[in-house]
Design a protein around this ligand. Structure first.
Ligand SMILES: Nc1ncnc2c1ncn2[C@@H]1O[C@H](COP(=O)(O)OP(=O)(O)OP(=O)(O)O)[C@@H](O)[C@H]1O
Length: 571
């Protein structure tokens, strides 16, 4: 938590502490002033002095309120500002994470950490800024003033304080593990909810709505039961406090009345003692409430710090080499890559090179390692062995931003962002004109945009959910074309297109990619027939490399793929 609090604005924290200190000082003198008026018969007889002291007390009260409002507002602003900065830092960090880094945490917990955990931290920061000075000062000074006024009544504290401390310690012991468990259960709740949301269509198609509802009910009820237990314990603090305050008042009044009757105590002192005693107990309550929230926030802070401290596994070198003004090329030198924990490489001993104007097709069955090769070019993964060179530079020696500026990537799943068609098309080239966008859409065979009433201004919902899979793919292809890259990567982007559209798209793409290197990942032979070189992948290894004609003549595996797809027809 302290690590996170170091991010607070120190000047503002100092001002808040000063305001709170002044608030405490004013608050503390009020009972003494009232007691002095009540105790002194000379003051009571002097109406002018009574009014003057009353006026000062009123003013002190007003000032206390102004100070309290100002410090509360500043604490709120500072704690919200801290939350804002933490969310921004986490977002920036997660954006820099490689796929491997993200999978270390999981999407659901990253979301919970960015929302729920940061809210816990904000709440405790605000409480702390207000109470960390206010409550201990009021508690200690009130106890001192109370003792100074009437040491004869101090024994009451000897009974009430241990009672209160014992009650709070017992509550802490039981509630803390429950609050820790709530945090984990929030992650689970999010995970099941997210899975349900993203899999709605599959759930309905398999008629498993009831099964999914039961699964959600189970985690939801588990969360509810733990939360009820934790908050019931938390709610017990108030009754314990009020009961203790009540008992202490009764004891003070009983003993005080006796002392007044025998002339050993003045009425004003009794009133002041009661007020100070209440303040002592209320301050203990405030501190204990804070102590109650603190462990929860501590757990949250640990979870947030873990994300911020996570080393980004793919980072820029200190002295990056430029990729500009160099001849365009892509070269794989005996590249192997394995996922963490996997017992074999996902791709192994991959070597090939590509020159400007060439199309490299990668074909192979499901899980053969095709996307992994694309991810090695874009440096979403780093080679475990060997090297990937772009323009003669090892990708690990270049800046990621420079590398990615060279690449136009159309992913396997057409991923779009909420906004308009235009904003999505300009994603890789903010300066693109409408003409350039329409041209790219034409090349990508995205004719359907012409029919949309709003054309380029047509709305794109979150994830492009208002477009079909094939439409999303074409828009993703157009987006890659708009950025006019040196290297195109179409990762199975033609799979949702019919044969005719696939052929038309590849023909239209040719003049666009004349000076570029184009990667086409596909499972269909039709899509790769025109490629300059085709990499045939099986279980992560290249089992064939050549043109369609060469492979068709000499490569048994390629022939098998053709046979399985065309059932012997000639391609
Ligand atoms: N995040 C991951 N963690 C562990 N293993 C993975 C991960 N992603 C992919 N793999 C494994 O790596 C291998 C290659 O995956 P890759 O996605 O490159 O295949 P692919 O040829 O593109 O398949 P498809 O055509 O089905 O998309 C597969 O065996 C897969 O199980």
């Amino acid at each position: 938590m302290f690590k996170i609090w170091r991010k607070l604005n120190k000047t503002k924290v100092a001002i808040i502490c000063l305001l709170v200190f002044m608030e405490a000082a004013l608050f503390l003198i009020l009972p003494s002033m009232a007691a002095d008026v009540l105790n002194s018969s000379s003051i009571q007889g002097d109406t002018g002095t009574v009014y003057r002291i009353g006026g000062i007390m009123l003013l002190a009260n007003l000032l206390t309120i102004v100070l309290a409002i100002t410090s509360t507002r500043m604490s709120a602003k500072e704690s919200q500002g801290l939350g804002n900065r933490l969310r921004k830092e986490i977002f920036a960090k997660v954006m820099a994470f490689s796929k491997k880094d993200i999978s270390k945490f999981g999407t659901s917990t990253l979301m919970t950490r960015t929302t729920n955990d940061i809210m816990q931290i904000q709440l405790v920061t605000m409480l702390t800024l207000r109470l960390i000075i206010l409550s201990p000062i009021i508690m200690l000074v009130s106890a001192f003033f109370a003792y100074q006024r009437e040491p004869q009544l101090a024994w009451v504290f000897a009974i009430t304080l241990p009672l209160i401390v014992l009650g709070i310690v017992i509550l802490f012991k039981f509630a803390n593990p429950l609050f820790r468990s709530i945090q984990k259960k929030t992650d689970r709740l999010n995970k099941v909810f997210r899975e349900g949301l993203s899999g709605t269509r599959v759930i309905r198609a398999f008629n498993t709505t009831e099964y999914e509802e039961n699964r959600f009910d189970e985690v939801n009820n588990d969360f509810r039961q733990t939360a009820i237990r934790a908050f019931t314990l938390l709610a017990l603090i108030l009754p314990i406090m009020f009961m203790t305050i009540g008992v202490s008042n009764v004891l003070i009044f009983m003993n005080g009345a006796q002392l007044i009757s025998v002339g050993q105590m003045e009425t004003g002192n009794l009133i002041a003692f009661v007020q100070y005693a209440v303040q002592v107990l209320m301050s203990i309550m405030q501190v204990s409430m804070l102590m109650f929230f603190l462990p929860r926030a501590e757990v949250s802070a640990e979870r947030v710090n873990a994300v911020l401290a996570q080393e980004v596994s793919i980072s820029d070198p200190d002295q990056a080499q430029s990729l500009k003004d160099k001849a365009l090329s892509v070269q794989f030198n005996d590249v192997c890559f394995g996922f963490e924990g996997a017992d074999r490489y996902a791709v192994e001993d991959i070597s090939f090179s590509a020159q400007p104007g060439q199309t490299v097709a990668i074909i192979g069955g499901t899980g053969a390692g095709k996307s992994t090769i694309a991810n090695l070019v874009t440096r979403l993964y780093d080679a475990s062995k060997g090297s990937v060179e772009i323009n003669g530079v090892d990708v690990r020696e270049a800046k990621q931003a420079d590398l990615r500026a060279l690449i136009g990537y159309a992913p396997q799943k057409g991923i779009l962002f909420s906004g308009t068609i235009r904003s999505n098309m300009r994603y890789g080239n903010p300066q693109a004109s409408d003409e350039e966008i329409w041209h790219a859409l034409e090349v990508a065979q995205a004719d359907f945009v012409n029919e949309l009433a709003d054309g380029l201004d047509a709305r794109v919902e979150q994830g492009g959910n208002n477009f079909s899979g094939g439409q999303k793919q074409r828009l993703s292809i157009a987006r890659a074309i708009v950025s006019q890259p040196d290297i195109y990567i179409f990762d199975d982007s033609f799979s949702a297109l019919d044969f005719q559209t696939d052929a038309k798209l590849r023909a239209a793409l040719k003049p666009e990619t004349q000076t570029a290197i184009t990667f086409i990942i596909a499972q269909r032979v039709n899509t790769v027939v025109d490629a300059d070189q085709i990499l045939v992948l099986e279980e992560g290894k290249i089992v064939g490399l050549g043109s369609h004609e060469e492979l068709k003549a000499n490569n048994q595996i390629y022939q098998d793929i053709i046979d399985s797809q065309m059932r012997g027809e000639d391609i």
